[in-house]
Design a protein around this ligand. Structure first.
Ligand code: ATP
Ligand code: MG
Length: 159
């Protein structure tokens, strides 16, 4: 059973293409943590992913807004996709006040950059994604933590 996958990403286009592949294995209800240093390529991955899900607009880094919501088509159904960047997150009360808790539900997908900044406020991840600089490019590693997460990673093998 697939628990983790590691791949090399030679350049920015490879990260965008990887995002597109990741889009193809997702299920609604997933929580995904995106780990990696500043400039690792977390937002680039999400950009490639959203393009594949037919989002045609600009994919901005939600560094100041904390979250950017998208409506996308997953397996022919519209779902909410939330891209969080919690790098500047400081106020736990803001989390509750903004209603972020409700963003995590069975009909949405949440992907979170800098999840550690929110402590225990966010649900545990179905999949952890680690991106790090390797040679001139990047290395990406996926780790599944739940049954749903493992099911998704197994589809990489079938793709
Ligand atoms: N595989 C790759 N090889 C080389 N450069 C890459 C690769 N993937 C992405 N990049 C470059 O690395 C940078 C990544 O920026 P990006 O905003 O995606 O990082 P991030 O992890 O979201 O950072 P932050 O934590 O600041 O939000 C971009 O300049 C992009 O062109
Ligand atoms: Mg980013």
């Amino acid at each position: 059973m697939t628990q983790d996958i590691t791949l090399a990403l030679a350049d920015e286009q490879a990260t965008l293409d990887e995002g597109a592949k990741f889009a193809g294995i997702l299920d609604e209800g997933l929580t995904v943590y995106l780990h990696g240093d500043l400039g690792a390529g977390k937002t680039t991955l999400v950009r490639g992913l959203l393009r594949k899900l037919d989002y045609v607009g600009k994919v901005k880094s939600p560094t100041y807004t904390l979250v950017e919501p998208y409506q996308v088509i997953l397996k022919s159904h519209p779902i909410n996709f939330y891209h969080f960047d919690l790098y500047r997150f400081i106020d736990e009360e803001e989390w509750e006040a903004a209603g972020f808790r409700d963003y995590f539900n069975a009909n949405s997908i949440c992907m979170i950059e800098w999840p550690g900044k929110a402590g225990n406020l966010i649900p545990q991840p179905d999949i952890d994604v680690f991106i790090q600089v390797k040679d001139l490019g990047r290395e990406i590693k996926y780790i599944a933590n739940t049954t749903v997460g493992r099911k998704c990673l197994e589809r990489f093998q079938l793709a």
